[in-house]
Design a protein around this ligand. Sequence first.
Ligand SMILES: CC(C)(COP(=O)(O)OP(=O)(O)OC[C@H]1O[C@@H](n2cnc3c(N)ncnc32)[C@H](O)[C@@H]1OP(=O)(O)O)[C@@H](O)C(=O)NCCC(=O)NCCS
Length: 323
Amino acid sequence: MRDALAALRHRWMQAGPACPGGEAALAEHARWLDPRLAQGQLQALHRGDGTLAAAVLVCHEPEEPFYRAPVTHLVAHHDGSPEGLSWLAAALARTVPGLPDDVECLVPAADAATLRMLTGLGLGPTTVLLAGRVGPARAALQARWRPPADLRHLGLELSPAEPQDADEIVDLLRRVFGAEPAYAWFMASEARLAHRREELARGRGSAMCLLVHDGPRLVGLLEAGLRPDDPHYGPSVGVGLVLDASVRRRDIAPVAYHHALALAEEHGAAWLKGATARRAVLHMAEVMGRQPVAVHVRRTPCFRDGRFDACLGAVARAGPLTT
Ligand SMILES: CC(C)(COP(=O)(O)OP(=O)(O)OC[C@H]1O[C@@H](n2cnc3c(N)ncnc32)[C@H](O)[C@@H]1OP(=O)(O)O)[C@@H](O)C(=O)NCCC(=O)NCCS
């Protein structure tokens, strides 16, 4: 069962334009599913020949390691066949209304049908995972923004973070994410902040960790993390941006991407990936050629204002996976 479900998940992810897939990716899907299948509740539709046509898995995780918060994982896949689709619609209609508010489902961007089923049941996209190649992203960034290397033109100082900055960084994260909990809902929790503080104080933060100061005041954190052995992409880079409201809309994000993409090229990372709900990041992703890979769907928080429609529409129009 595990391998069949992993294969279905992998097929759908790969059906999008920005997920190379492969043996390591398939193995990673199986590794992720393994304990959740062991602990969760599975419903599945098999064909007469034993192949998997659709499945729904629900598994509660008391502390998801990335979020450092409880999550009820919902895994929902179908094989694109009419019987797989109609079984999945019925299974989700039976299951989703009874799930707690911390339910979260990762829907491949190419699977517009499952996304429609879940939004029809009161869930919605909370972030979109976007990926793109570093080389073209860098070229597009330079062509559009020509970002400078520092922020002196704005009267701001850019400097590398040191372990002793940990408390100030955590205060910034608490302030920024606490003020807008719809975005990155998990970022301002004290459990996650304590973990971040510990990492930063031990000097074990991201590969790139730059601070933005307005005089003595910390107003921004520009991070990039390298993942040399990303099973889904090979070497990849992820970018984290946090700006105080007082310094937004000044084209600081392009400066951050300039440094992050230089780091990626220096370390041979071919892919830029990350999840967002921020309109600025969605806009920049479009310019830099990043494409949607998957959608994180939740009951709360989620965005029902159509902000993801443009980027998801192109993938959905490419058509459904065929059996
Ligand atoms: C995400 C964040 C860093 C973006 O920074 P910003 O200062 O708003 O954006 P910038 O001024 O650097 O703008 C970059 C581009 O996005 C555009 N942009 C900014 N806000 C936008 C919006 N609301 N809608 C559409 N485009 C927007 C800018 O116009 C610019 O593009 P352009 O030069 O082609 O016009 C900032 O909003 C932030 O720190 N938010 C809080 C922390 C957070 O949520 N981080 C998670 C990010 S995934």
